[in-house]
Design a protein around this ligand. Structure first.
Ligand SMILES: *Cc1c(COP(=O)(O)O)cnc(C)c1O
Length: 248
């Protein structure tokens, strides 16, 4: 005998079952716990940023993993590859127009037009050639994504970002070119070093340049970053679990 499923489940029961499923979703539980840890770190901090926004870093994670977070109210997301983001985000952005998508990975000049078209924040400006390309793309498309200069605070050869010595000059140059579109600085400290000195360095550099935005802190160190005034923390693993790089 065919029994329609809605005959088995009263609509309000169905709604609460959905709410329970959402609550028990491990990604959503992790997300809530990260939010609480950010708030706790802010309340302990002497001088936290006026606001600390959590960016959920969804690289290597599927749209199915992302959806429950959108349903739970999260809107800021980070991706580090333009190509991957183009496959995942246009449909989600059409459904949730208030998504704020951050590019947190290195940007090649030949991907700038696509990046400007898709992302709301570009956090990896690190060289004059890219600055010019970004300006051109923004002008052409009439879009003005927020821009952060990435600083390679550990001067690591394999890492993107302007070197510490060149940073003040480059930030000043970007400031002149971009005006208020330049929001702040971003860094990724070396994995094997204590992050605090790197966060302190970035905080000082931003202060000197008159920029208020600081994007720093990841799964292992976002609470420390909050202590140094992080306005954006970028958290992947602590929300989504380990990434499966074999999918790359
Ligand atoms: C992947 C990534 C993150 C998130 O790192 P987790 O340790 O997984 O939290 C943050 N920032 C950047 C630039 C990344 O590439």
């Amino acid at each position: 005998m065919f029994i329609p499923t809605d005959a088995l489940c009263h609509p309000c029961q169905a709604a609460s079952l959905q709410a329970i499923a959402r609550f028990m979703n491990p990604v959503v539980e992790n997300f809530r716990s990260v939010l609480m840890r950010i708030e706790a770190a802010r309340s302990r901090a002497v001088k936290p940023a006026a606001q600390t926004t959590l960016i959920a870093v969804s690289k290597f994670h599927s749209v199915d993993d992302i959806r429950p977070l959108l349903e739970a109210g999260q809107r800021h997301f980070g991706e580090n590859r333009v190509q991957e983001a183009m496959a995942k985000w246009p449909a989600l952005k059409a459904q949730y127009p208030d998504i704020v998508l951050h590019l947190i990975g290195p940007l090649q000049s030949n991907k700038v037009h696509e990046a400007v078209a898709l992302f709301d924040v570009i956090q990896s400006l690190d060289r004059p050639k890219l600055l010019t390309a970004l300006q051109n793309a923004c002008e052409k498309q009439g879009r003005t994504p927020d821009i952060f200069v990435q600083v390679n605070t550990g001067a690591e050869p394999q890492k993107a970002g302007v070197l510490p010595d060149a940073a003040p000059g480059f930030v000043a140059e970007a400031r002149v070119a971009l005006g208020g579109q330049l929001k702040g600085l971003m860094c990724i400290p070396p994995v094997e070093e204590a992050p605090a000195p790197h966060f302190a360095f970035l905080q000082k550099l931003a202060g000197t340049a008159g920029l208020s935005g600081l994007s720093m802190g990841m799964s292992g160190d976002f609470e420390i970053a909050v202590r140094f005034g992080a306005g954006f923390v970028r958290v992947g693993t602590a929300i989504f679990g380990a990434r499966d790089y074999s999918q790359a």
